[in-house]
Design a protein around this ligand. Structure first.
Ligand SMILES: [Zn+2]
Length: 355
């Protein structure tokens, strides 16, 4: 990944954007795509849709969800500690002792830490159990409730604090690569095609609220009404201790984007994605998905009378933790693959499943 693109990805992952509040990441996306698209629009739900006009009629939608998991402040106690509710799939066993960024009043950011009773003071039975969120709080140094309320109000959001850091060359760690990786890819496809005219009209969407129920892809697919829709998300790499290849398959970091196959995927789209990978000289991996996937691909496929759908995933270790791990080359390869795919489809491509 070159320096400019790495800067873009760093800004994306570091923008605090839990579901329902994606504006910071959306702004980073909007700035990046503004000169690469013919039109950039935000819909009433908050999805940012960048359209590159094609020479033909086919509409190809690429969706990466811009939201990340987080915490929503729901109560400020008399001592100025903030209580919270989860936004999306938060693992409480990880929370105590973490640093978080609170997106407070007037869009100002404050650092906080998640507090819990220390180990010395836990009863033996408490030590064995993970705390649930009622036993945790955010401490951001407030003197009392009144002092806290100067900076934070109910409904404000906090996200994990760790930004992007290199572990070993191509392998990086950060919070929220799920799914700023997908937003990166849908933007990078437009960059690849910047100087080209293709038949397909491309709609690159930074969608909202995936982590709380595939909501932004539902509304944006209805609005765009695409012929073909591809979701770009992360998937579990199975190359680290404790993951079972027998049930999860063999997915490795740095071995290229993952193409899903199964009920959620149109067979013709699947074939063309593999063809595109070959033409782009990109290695890829295959993941079996026998039923609906838990991704935006599911919402896209069942839009209106149905959409020819595909799913491209970026291998990810430690998903939904403050320190997910991805290989940057997988992101760039996914973008190359999809830019090639965009050249392979037009209004004459037949996506009706056949034997
Ligand atoms: Zn997720």
């Amino acid at each position: 990944m070159d320096t400019m693109m790495k800067k873009f990805f760093t800004e994306l992952v570091e923008a605090p954007s839990p579901s329902g509040f994606e504006q910071p990441a959306q702004e980073v996306y909007r700035k990046f795509v503004k000169d690469l698209a013919d039109e950039v629009k935000t819909d009433v739900h908050g999805n940012v849709i960048a359209k590159k006009e094609g020479t033909g009629k086919l509409k190809l939608m690429l969706v990466g969800h811009a939201d990340e998991i987080g915490l929503m402040i729901n109560y400020i106690d008399d001592n100025g500690f903030l209580r919270f509710k989860p936004v999306g799939g938060v693992d409480y066993t990880l929370l105590s002792g973490l640093r978080v960024n609170i997106y407070g009043k007037n869009n100002k950011m404050y650092r906080g830490v998640i507090g819990r009773k220390p180990i010395h003071l836990l009863k033996p039975e408490e030590r064995k159990k993970a705390p649930n969120y009622e036993e945790l709080w955010i401490d951001f140094g407030a003197k009392d409730k009144k002092d806290a309320e100067k900076r934070v109000e109910i409904g404000n959001i906090a996200t994990f604090a760790p930004g992007l850091e290199e572990l070993n060359g191509d392998i990086v760690t950060s919070k929220a690569t799920d799914n700023k990786a997908g937003v990166y890819v849908v933007a990078a496809v437009l960059k690849h095609l910047q100087k080209e005219k293709v038949a397909a009209n491309i709609y690159s969407v930074a969608a909202v609220q995936e982590e709380i129920g595939l909501r932004g892809s539902t509304t944006s697919s209805y609005g765009v009404n695409p012929d073909v829709g591809i979701a770009i998300d992360v998937t579990h790499a199975t190359d680290y201790p404790g993951l079972d290849k027998n049930s999860l398959g063999d997915i490795k970091l740095g071995k290229g984007p993952v193409i899903s196959v199964g009920a959620n995927i149109n067979p013709k789209v699947f074939e063309l994605l593999k063809k595109a990978a070959k033409q782009a000289k990109v290695k890829y991996q295959i993941e079996a998905a026998p039923r609906a996937t838990g991704t935006d691909a599911n919402a896209i496929q069942t839009t209106r009378a149905g959409v020819a759908t595909g799913l491209i995933s970026i291998p990810n270790r430690y998903m939904h933790t403050p320190n997910e791990v991805v290989a940057l080359s997988d992101l760039d390869d996914a973008a190359k693959l999809l830019a090639e795919f965009a050249k392979l489809v037009d209004e004459n491509t037949d996506f009706i499943p056949k034997i």
